[in-house]
Design a protein around this ligand. Structure first.
Ligand code: ADP
Ligand code: MG
Length: 681
């Protein structure tokens, strides 16, 4: 069997792979030998030393080897049954033999695969049940006498993602055969990262490592290559974008000056700097593609307003797209308040309503604020010159691209309040220029964060009443909309009833994502106007809601929320001059939960919280799948390896500088996105 890297031969062309296996492999997207070798093990088992049979449950997963001494089918009530084997440790203690039971539920065919007399390797997490040690649904392999046993024993063994129909052993043997027959010359890296790099050796180290150090080093090498491609891609897109004809706008500053004069406060230094950077971009004849990063409350909206006024002053229209109806409404009010006195026409477009700033709106709106409806409801812009996207992480790349394509290459400003560590910014937003608001407006009250384990309702209510008596407003946040049998936790709907009774004399409102948009608007409006003093809510209040008089937030089942979410939630308070309180309530049962909540208590700094989040959960979880390109990364976990990222960025810049068209590196060139279609980020 001759194998080449990325060979396009389908399995069918290889007689040595049975059709049934080939079909199963294609089913999981592994179509060729190259695909298979690219399919890295999910984990490894060091079968040179097996774990001792545990004496008690409570530790982590173990890898055991033993003899099946008993096997039986057992009935539960009704039709349910399970299959059980009892495995004995071999060569164990002479005085006492250790055993462990394994159970599989509703898998009756298992008795044909493993039974008394077999020698097995087990991987799973032991638990105690009915006074016995057992593992439910462990991964297992039956040791067979025979030819390739050396592949599966006495070595570090790869364990792949399950392919139904192909046992791990057969998969392992197939990978081994492919590697054996691989033509080393066909697996050159897309770019020689290290002179004399031996790709075939690296593949051996990934699939059949001599040591874990060797496999880690090899994986890192592949990760480095992946990041290099990513960075070349990002820089390439950036170059393409910059090559577009844009509009030079924003020279006239009459409106901007009038706006500054009308403000009762000065912009912060960071806001001024950002406005300058934005204005400079807009005045260039190339399209702006800029990210404005700033913690909640840092005043991004005002920077956006300045940019939009510059566009309007040049005779163009500007659009602001936000992720939720509530936020669109709120921005609409803010914009009208500040910009209508300057004679600027503002309109609102959401799924629910189209509304103009003033009834006698003469001529087309100059500023349009809206949700996704801006893209999908065929809003006709006459001359869209600037697109601003708020809370940009809530939108996918294509949605952004769609709005931007509505204008003749309009300038684009995307804003995010989700702080991400600097090196990650390079990766995800690497093709954007970045402005940072690293300074909060003056005159903000302090925020005190406290963690309370199993608090008494009476104490909580007392504190709420104290703040209300001072004339403040309060958010009470819950993880669930309604009570649920399957998910534990308190619900806004049920607790709302209780609070309404408890706080007789005060107006309590309910806000959650399942309410119809008009209802949400109404409730939010009443809270904003101070008609409601208390808002019982889910995370719908997370994004952008701005009520300066609210100074207390109590988060119930706080362990159920992510760090980024908690940070966003906390950003709803501390917006006015009052001292504010964020109280996190938890049952304290989860150690991880407590560690997370302690981070919230320790710092208000969004960047620090983001770094901790990354450390605790890893990049894959933190960034989510909506983020551009990240979901396609094979080495997501290496995103935490800042050294590797920096190196890749530097190298990508170097490569493109020396060879801007990548003529020397056709494979690298083939991997970067083709020209023509331009996406923002
Ligand atoms: P972000 O969108 O970054 O969370 P906003 O733009 O909504 O922040 O601003 C938060 C609050 O701060 C608003 O109430 C706004 O009126 C106020 N604000 C913004 N800039 C300043 C400033 N320079 N000085 C005082 N208050 C400001
Ligand atoms: Mg905002």
């Amino acid at each position: 069997m001759e194998c080449t890297w990325k060979s396009t031969d389908e399995w069918a062309a290889l007689d040595s792979v049975p059709a049934k296996d080939a079909e199963a492999l294609v089913g999981v997207g592994v179509r060729t030998v190259g695909d298979l070798l690219d399919w890295f093990p999910r984990r490894y088992e060091d079968r040179r030393h097996f774990d001792a049979f545990p004496a008690q449950a409570g530790g982590g997963a173990v890898c055991l080897r033993g003899l099946v001494i008993d096997s039986m089918k057992k009935r539960l009530g009704g039709k349910r049954s399970f299959y059980e084997i009892v495995v004995e440790e071999q060569g164990g203690n002479v005085l006492s033999t250790n055993t462990i039971a394994c159970r599989w539920f509703n898998m009756p065919y298992l008795h044909r695969m493993v039974a008394a007399g077999h020698e097995v390797i087990l991987y799973g997490k032991p638990k105690e049940y009915g006074g016995r040690l057992l593992m439910d649904h462990p991964e297992f392999e039956v040791v067979k006498e025979g030819e390739r046993e050396s592949l599966h024993l006495e070595r570090i063994v790869p364990v792949y993602r399950n392919v139904s129909g192909i046992p791990q052993r057969r998969l392992r043997e197939l990978v081994y055969r492919c590697l054996e027959n691989l033509d080393g010359a066909s697996v050159a890296p897309v770019y020689p990262l290290v002179p004399g790099q031996d790709r075939k050796a690296a593949l051996w180290a990934v699939h059949f490592p001599e040591s874990m150090e060797a496999t880690n080093a090899a994986r890192r090498e592949f990760a480095r290559e992946e990041f290099l491609v990513l960075q070349v891609n990002v820089l390439w897109r950036r170059k393409l974008f910059k090559a577009h004809e844009g509009r030079a706008q924003g020279k006239r500053t009459v409106l901007l000056k009038a706006f500054y004069e009308s403000l009762p406060f000065d912009l912060t230094g960071a806001q001024k700097r950002s406005v300058k950077e934005v204005a400079a971009d807009m005045r260039e004849g190339r399209p702006m593609n800029r990210l404005l990063q700033g913690d909640v409350g840092s005043g991004k909206t005002f920077v956006a307003m300045c940019a939009m006024l510059l566009a309007v002053d040049s005779g163009a229209q500007a659009a602001l797209m936000v992720p939720t109806q509530i936020l669109a409404e709120q921005h609409f009010l803010t914009f009208r308040k500040w910009l209508e006195p300057l004679g600027v026409r503002v309109a609102l477009v959401t799924g629910a309503k189209q509304e103009s700033g003033s009834l006698e709106l003469e001529g087309a709106p100059q500023i349009v604020i809206g949700t996704h409806a801006l893209i999908y409801d065929n809003v006709a812009f006459e001359d869209l010159g600037l697109v601003v996207i708020d809370e940009q992480h809530k939108f996918g790349v294509s949605q952004r691209g769609r709005l931007i394509r509505q204008g003749v290459m309009p300038d684009a400003l995307v804003m995010t309040a989700t702080p991400i560590p600097r090196t990650l910014t390079l990766t995800i937003y690497g093709d954007l220029d970045v402005s940072v608001l690293d300074e909060l407006p003056a005159g903000r009250g302090k925020i005190v964060t406290a963690l309370r384990v199993k608090p008494k309702v009476g104490d909580v209510a007392k504190f709420v009443k104290e703040q209300l008596a001072e004339g403040r407003q309060v958010y009470l946040v819950y993880p669930l909309v309604e009570e649920s049998e399957s998910v534990k936790g308190l619900s806004a709907t049920t607790e709302y009833e209780k609070w309404a009774k408890r706080l007789g004399g005060y107006e309590v409102g309910l806000l959650h994502g399942k309410m119809p948009p008009e209802e949400k608007d109404r409730v939010m409006g009443r809270f904003r106007e101070g008609e409601l003093q208390v808002l019982v809510a889910t995370t719908v209040v997370e994004v952008g809601v701005d009520v300066a008089n609210a100074n207390l937030m109590i988060v119930h089942n706080a362990e159920r929320f992510g760090l980024a979410q908690l940070h966003q939630l906390r950003g709803r308070i501390g917006r006015g001059a009052f001292k504010s309180y964020c109280i996190l309530l938890t049952d304290g049962k989860s150690a991880e939960g407590m560690e997370k909540l302690e981070v919230m208590v320790a710092t208000l700094d969004g960047f620090k919280i983001a770094e901790e989040d990354l450390r605790l959960r890893g990049p894959g979880e933190v960034l989510g799948t909506a983020q551009s390109g990240i979901s396609d990364l094979r080495f997501v976990d290496y995103l935490a390896d800042t050294g590797l990222l920096r190196e890749a960025r530097g190298l990508a810049e170097e490569v493109l500088e020396k060879d801007p068209e990548l003529r020397e590196w056709p494979r690298l060139r083939a991997l970067v996105s083709e020209g023509g279609r331009v996406e923002v980020s």
